[in-house]
Each structure stands twice: as structure tokens, then as C-alpha cells.
Design a protein around this ligand. Sequence first.
Ligand SMILES: *Cc1c(COP(=O)(O)O)cnc(C)c1O
Length: 351
Amino acid sequence: MKSYFRPEIDAMAGYVPGEQPKMADLVKLNTNENPFSPSPEVEKTLKNFDCARLRRYPDPMADSFRDAVASFWGVKRSNVIAGNGSDDLLTMIFRAFTSPNLPVAVLDPSYSLYPELAAMQNAPVIKIKLAEKTFDLPGDILAQAEKANLLMIVRPNAPTGTLFPKETVRNICEKFDGIVVIDEAYADFAADNCIDFAQEFENVIVIRTFSKSYAMAGIRLGYGIACENIIAGLMKLKDSYNIDMLAQALGEAAFRDHAYFTARRNEVIQMRTYLAEELAKRGFYVPESESNFLFVSPPDGDGKKLFEELRKRAVIVRYFSAPATEAYLRITIGNPQENARLLSAIDEIYS
Ligand SMILES: *Cc1c(COP(=O)(O)O)cnc(C)c1O
């Protein structure tokens, strides 16, 4: 059949999200969801929501939600844009800053959605390889990224979990002649973050999501922080009503309950330390993770085999088949029962 698609769309494979299998008694550690429920404040807001309100459109600018974000980080409303998940913000960013003449630089390995977004724009992708084992940034990153108009940095990085030194990232923001996006999907689990760079530099956008640390992947909510100019430009590109009414209300509710958020976040970090130690005891290579997952290599270096063996035991993790990642699995930190199931499956597989 004749294709009516643009050639670059025909050429795309399309992003493959982590699977959401319907197996019984499943231990799902493949998409970095939170093992806990959202805050009771979120539940209360949902239960009290007046259904009749749904006949109206939501606030197109999500002002009340943006005010909550702005006051949380000490910035102005005009420095904040809301997204239908941070993937929505990434779509706006790629539309805004990439084209056949405006390449994007991405790290390798990093978030596998970026090259797909570039393909939609027919924009060239410059892949910047991270060091083996340590997954550090290369010293010549600025030279490698020189022709790009957009540079994507995930911090802490996914799927590696590693945290690039903040001073290195500052230097990149200062010297790179283009937009630097710092994707902080996992920054709540890390020792520090780069929100301040979004205020310090005119070319920096920091993006956040409620999907991981706020345990609200199902609601689809994220936000970006940048200087007023950049936010105003991105507003031109967004869908008119990109954040539904419930997401706006529930996001604000989640922000109100900072105590719950901090307590659950700290529990995830504790379990991360525990799981990292247990896997290291079993001979796994476990790079230091500052996120809610571990990127680990089993003693025999066969990521695919372990992925398949775990799957037979209804433990689902994430495997990326590229050469730089095939010795590894990315394992989300689960609740204590899930982590125990993971470890006993591993013991059985290697016994
Ligand atoms: C999960 C994730 C996102 C997407 O978050 P959503 O808000 O669920 O769209 C963005 N970037 C990275 C690096 C992620 O891991």
C-alpha cells in the first residue's frame, strides 16, 4: 500500500514503553513506578471532587498548579510550564528546538525516547557515549555537542542511575551555545538537583515529573522550569488544554503533603541501599545509583538471560539490548516483599 506518511515517520520504529503485563502475582520492577500509594491528600481530593465540574474545560494555563510549583521552588509562575507528563514537555521542547538543520545531542545510554522525538522532527542526533562501567560524561562533551541546538542531560541518568557532578553540568550550561535540558525525573531520589540552573542560566530548562517520586504515573503530570522567555515560547507549542482538571487538582494536593512525600522518598532510598548491598554480595556489579532503580550486571554479564529467567518467575525488570547496555538490567526499587521476591528468584536462578 502506498504510504501517505512523511518519509521520516515511515522510517521510525517508535518508542517502546516498558510493558504493563497482566500476569498473576506479578512483581513489576520495569518502569520505575513508585512502590507506595500517592499521598492521602491526593486520595481525599479525588474523593471530594465534584463530578459536575468536568463539563467545563480545565484552566488552559494550569495557573493554580503552576503557583504551587513556583512557591515550592521559589520561582515565579512565569518560570513554570505544566506538562501532561514530562513526555509532553519533551515533545514541546523537540518541536521548539530541533529540525533538519538543528541537531540534538543526547547521551548514550540515556532515555530512549529522545531519538524518537528527534526522528519525528527529522532532526540529526549526535550521540555522546558515556564511559564504560562508570557511565561518566566524556571530557570533550562540549566539543562533541558543538553543532547541536539542544543538549539533553538526564540527572540522575536513566537507565544508569548515576549522578553527573553538578559542577560539570554547570560548566556545560555556561559554555554550551544552545538549550540544555536537564531531565530530573529521578532527582528527588538524589543528593542534589539543578533547579537553580534554570534561574541562573537563560538557556537551561529543568523538567520534573509526578510519575516517579510522587507515585502518580497514572495521572500524567510534569512541569518545566526556565526563564520567562523560554516558558513563553513553549506555551505557544502546547496543546490548548494539556493538563486535565483532575491532574491539576491532584498535583496541587500532592505538593501540599510534603511530609508524606519526604517519608516515602526516604524509604525508597533505604531500600535502594539494601538492594544494592544484597546484589553486590551475590557478585553483581552495582554502580552507585541516585534514583529509584539500580542498573546492575550479573556475575556472568548476561543481562538477557537473567531478564528471561526472572520473567519466567513473574519478576519483570527492564533489559536494553544495545551493546553498551546488554550486560545490565535496570531494576526498579520495589516494596520489601517485591525486593525479597526478586532476590529469591535470583538465588534460584544462580543456585
Ligand atoms: C519516566 C521518565 C520520564 C517521563 O515521565 P512522564 O512524566 O511519566 O512522562 C521522562 N524522563 C525520564 C528520564 C524518565 O525516566
